[in-house]
Design a protein around this ligand. Structure first.
Ligand SMILES: [Fe+2]
Length: 357
């Protein structure tokens, strides 16, 4: 049985970001102790940037995450951080969306584990705990703040560094930080959470423990995207908790068809995870009928554009490459179709779905 672990500590609420300084202060023991902050460059020049509790000697890396994080990028961060003062930081903090949180988690692990990060793409390959690491989401939905994985695109696959050491030691959930997220992005990233729940609740890993988190997260997503009476503040408060709950639901279950195909799409075209999921989910009525119909309702209500007819510009070689990445995600297929998944699911079926996108 999976021995459930989660993030060590969580502070939630409007203004929770103000607690970050005190939380980090406890890690600063020696005069030369320093902290690494990864900040999503969408916050550059914005009020949040000046609120990051940076002290002299700290390293602030303001990063663009238009393309999902790569293993070589993590290796470069590790080299840069190790060269900063010659000693390891006492904390790594990720402030931003899912990609920034994955970067913070992966960097923390690779600071203490030898070799290249691509060697550790998979389950329980990391053997040494990472540097203390903190996640501060500024957009809700990915569940990266609470997940057991740091998803990276490597030379041959898109796969996470997945182990119990990946979990953040501390997360700060402050819905005030979500202000200013562009509408489309708010929708796409929130749908990641919605899809996590739909996928985790349907499949062979389904169980009551996971369902308790998943069904509550689903209810919160419905409030956020279908209840007209809520203010934007109420939506932000709820979606931040939904993201957390959806992530926990996954931890004790698994994602399914949408994430499998979405990984292939992101691997080949670098498509951001949230929108990639929406592009794929839009074509999965056969696999998740109720979920996809409700998704369409949400799309229509918010007037969101979901890209379609993309395959007109794809070559057969690219489609084959995406399918090759997807088919390797055996744990997703086992969850959705069962241990005998190969009898009902193959590369040709995956390619057919890509051709519909
Ligand atoms: Fe996801």
């Amino acid at each position: 049985m999976h021995n459930f672990k989660s993030v060590e500590r969580c502070v939630y609420g409007r203004g929770a970001f103000n607690d970050l300084e005190g939380i980090l202060q406890k890690r600063r023991v020696q005069p030369d102790d320093f902290i690494v902050f990864f900040l999503d460059d969408c916050h550059k020049g914005k009020p949040l940037e000046s609120r990051v509790p940076v002290k002299p000697g700290d390293l602030v890396l303001v990063e663009n995450v238009d393309v999902e994080p790569k293993t070589e990028q993590i290796d470069a961060y590790v080299a840069r951080i190790k060269a900063h003062t010659g000693k390891l930081p006492v904390a790594v903090v990720g402030i931003g969306g899912g990609s920034i949180m994955d970067i913070a988690k992966a960097t923390s692990l690779m600071l203490t584990n030898p070799g290249k990060s691509e060697q550790y793409q998979g389950l329980d390959l990391i053997k040494i705990p990472g540097v203390y690491h903190v996640g501060v989401p500024t957009i809700s939905g990915t569940g990266a703040e609470v997940s057991r994985t740091a998803v990276l695109t490597g030379p041959v696959k898109k796969l996470g560094l997945k182990c119990d050491y990946t979990y953040f030691d501390q997360i700060v959930l402050d819905p005030e930080l979500v202000v200013g997220v562009p509408r489309n992005q708010w929708f796409y990233t929130g749908m990641d959470c919605y899809i996590h729940c739909v996928e985790s609740l349907q499949g062979t890993h389904f169980n009551t423990f996971s369902e308790a988190y998943g069904s509550k997260a689903l209810e919160l997503c419905r409030d956020v995207y279908l209840d007209d009476t809520l203010s934007q503040e109420e939506r932000d408060d709820k979606l931040m908790v939904a993201s957390y709950m959806g992530g926990l639901s996954l931890t004790y279950s698994e994602v399914g068809v949408c994430h499998g195909l979405s990984y292939g799409l992101s691997y080949v075209f670098g498509t951001r995870h949230g929108i990639a999921n929406c592009i794929v989910f839009n074509q999965l009525e056969e696999y998740y009928p109720a979920g996809v119909r409700e998704f369409w309702q949400m799309v229509e209500k918010h007037g969101i554009h979901i890209p379609a007819h993309l395959s007109r510009d794809w070559t057969e070689e690219q489609i084959a490459q995406m399918a090759d990445v997807a088919i390797r995600l055996e744990h997703f297929w086992v969850h959705h179709f069962g241990p005998q998944w190969r009898q009902v699911w193959d590369v040709e079926k995956i390619k057919d779905l890509y051709r519909r996108m």
